[in-house]
Write a protein that binds this ligand. Structure first.
Ligand SMILES: [Zn+2]
Ligand SMILES: [Zn+2]
Length: 276
C-alpha cells in the first residue's frame, strides 16, 4: 500500500500518458483547430479530420508508418461512427493509408481504375470516383466535396467545410513549399491558377489546410497563386529569375530532388515549348 500522495502521483502519471482526451496521438503531430476539427501535418501530406454527429470525415490518409498510426488515431475517435474518406488526389503521400480502412467509402477524383492502377496501388484504390460535387451532411457541419478538375493532377478534389469556412485544398495549395509538378498525372501551371481562382470565387474561405505546410488564412491561396505568376515571369526573363530565386529562397522541396525552384522553371519552360 502506498501513501495517498503516491496514488495521486500514479494517477497523474497515467493521465499524462493517456492524454487529457483519453486517446493517444501515436506520436503524430496534431493541430486541434476546435473540439471536432483536427489537422494532422506531415507523414505524407496534411490530413484533416472532422468529427460529425454520426459521421467522421477524413481528408487524405498519409503514407507508410504514419498512415498506420493515423488510422489508429482515427479509429479511436470514430467509435461507432461511420467513416468517410476523401483523397484530394492520386499521389501516394495522400492515399497510402487507404487500405487500412475496411468497408469504408473512399472518394477520389474521377481518374478511373486504369489510370489509378498505372499510378498507384490496387490496395489503396478508392471505391467512389467523383466527377462533380457532393455534399456530405455531418450533422454539425456540411462538407462540400468538389472535383475542381485539372491543376496539380487531372482530377483534384477539394473539401469545403461550410460552417467553419475552411477549405482542404490538397496539393492545389501549398504553404511554403515548391510544388511537385508531374505532367504524366496532369500538372498544369495555368490550371493551378484557374483552380485557385475558382476556389476563392465560389467559396467564402477563412482558413486553408494546404497539401503541405502550415494551416493558414485565405492569404495562403493568394501567396501560392502569386508563386505561379512570379515563376511564369521568371521562366521568361533572366532578371526575374534571380529576383524570384531570392523571393522564394526559403521555400522547401518535397519530394526532395523532384521539386524546387529550378524544377518549376524547367517545367514551365517545357510546357510553353510544347504549346508553341
Ligand atoms: Zn503531396
Ligand atoms: Zn501531390
Amino acid at each position: 500500500m502506498g501513501s495517498p500522495s503516491s496514488h495521486l502521483f500514479l494517477f497523474l502519471f497515467f493521465l499524462s500518458l493517456s492524454g487529457i482526451s483519453g486517446c493517444s496521438n501515436y506520436g503524430l503531430d496534431v493541430v486541434k483547430v476546435d473540439d471536432n476539427f483536427f489537422m494532422l501535418p506531415g507523414e505524407g501530406g496534411n490530413s484533416s479530420v472532422v468529427i460529425g454527429d454520426s459521421v467522421i470525415l477524413v481528408v487524405d490518409t498519409k503514407m507508410k508508418q504514419g498512415a498506420e498510426r493515423f488510422h489508429r488515431w482515427v479509429e479511436d475517435r470514430a467509435k461507432n461512427k461511420r467513416i468517410v474518406i476523401v483523397n484530394t488526389h492520386i499521389h501516394k503521400d495522400h492515399t497510402g493509408g487507404n487500405h487500412y480502412y475496411e468497408n469504408v467509402e473512399i472518394i477520389a477524383g474521377d481518374y478511373g481504375t486504369q489510370f489509378w492502377l498505372a499510378n498507384n496501388s490496387r490496395e489503396d484504390m478508392p471505391n467512389r470516383w467523383l466527377s462533380d460535387t457532393i455534399v456530405v451532411d455531418l450533422g454539425n457541419e456540411k462538407a462540400v466535396i468538389e472535383n475542381v478538375g485539372q491543376a496539380h493532377t487531372f482530377d483534384d478534389v477539394i473539401v469545403y467545410l461550410e460552417n467553419r469556412k475552411v477549405v482542404c485544398a490538397g496539393d492545389i495549395v501549398l504553404n511554403g513549399y515548391h510544388p511537385y509538378l508531374d505532367e504524366t498525372v496532369g500538372s498544369n501551371v495555368d490550371d493551378y491558377i484557374v483552380a485557385m481562382d475558382h476556389i476563392t470565387d465560389k467559396y467564402d474561405v477563412k482558413n486553408v489546410v494546404p497539401g503541405h505546410g502550415d494551416l493558414g488564412t485565405a492569404q495562403v491561396i493568394k501567396n501560392f497563386r502569386q508563386y505561379f505568376v512570379d515563376m511564369k515571369a521568371a521562366s521568361e526573363d533572366i532578371d526575374q529569375t534571380d529576383a524570384m530565386r531570392k523571393k522564394y529562397g526559403k521555400y522547401l522541396n518535397l519530394p526532395v530532388n523532384k521539386a524546387g525552384f529550378d524544377q518549376t522553371i524547367k517545367f514551365i519552360r517545357s510546357n510553353a515549348s510544347l504549346r508553341n
